[in-house]
Design a protein. Sequence first.
Length: 370
Amino acid sequence: MAVSIGAPDGLRYNSAMQTPNSPSSESGATRGGASNATRGIETLPRIALLATGGTIAGSAADALQTAGYKAGALPVERLLEAVPALAELALIEAEQLASIDSKDMSVDVWARLAQRIDALLARPEIAGVVVTHGTDTLEETAYFLHLTLKSRKPVVVTAAMRPATALSADGPLNLCQAVKVAADPQAAGRGVLVVLNNQIHGARDVTKRNTAAVHAFESPEFGTLGWVQDARVEFQRTVTRPHTVDTPFAVPAHWPIVEIVASYAGVSAAMVDGLVAAGVHGIVVAGTGNGSIHATLQHALAQAAAQGVAVVRASRTGSGHVMRDGAAPDTELGFTAAGTLNPYKARVLLMLALALEIPLADLQAHFYVF
Ligand code: SIN
């Protein structure tokens, strides 16, 4: 399903998509005030919008309901209708890639998303891509794309904390700002960006830190890359680690199985033993503090590592870095320290590295670099 706006006669739906309430393409209906012709439409950047669902496409019974709604319920054209001003910013080519609550994100959707973005960005006339996504696993998808896409053009992931039907829904402004950033030449070469709530985050560093607040996203170790407000996009720092075209990673043909376990008071070895018996290729441990691990769990993980399972030691604290040979003897036990990657992002990098059959002894170097 595809819809385009900003076409020379204003908002235009593919005829197959027209609904009784949709403006007809014959009407030449123009959204957002002055006609596109008076705004030099031929100079507008062309942005592809890929919708995957999430709260930004969420629908509730009434405008006061901001919990218990259905995520991913509304089609992409409803998101566009809520932001008539988009027609003034860009020529939008929109597609519905998926309609899911992002808690249900899968590697199959990741693969389709990455392949579709690369195909769109290979078209010279496409200036950038915006992805709408649920907030719950956004940070994982953004980092996966950051490591696997093969273009320097801007790719911006956005989302919303309140459903589209809510009073003061945050999705329309977030979408508008995401398009603004994607259309800005300054955004090129920074890898995948995450735009919400006036802030521009780098895909590697951003994480969701709140269950419900509109300001749920933070980049705890390094801060935002920049900000966007009204017509202004400003970057205040660069992205130093390699990404997109500068990584060896690709969408895996076969995805390694990597799971996450946590260390906590009284933890048993049952989960690690079960995972090893199930044939996992890697385990990320969300350790306490500086990635320290309960002795029972550490013993089980050391046995797993001895059997060839990749073990990566991250922290459950939500910020800070995990030092190699700091809170556990990584070199002796054959573990890898996750550095500043949280457990979920460490899992993404580990899957991609294992898919390339990088030797376990070289994993630490990859965690230092990416
Ligand atoms: C989701 O992640 O799809 C639901 C929650 C959200 O988008 O805020």
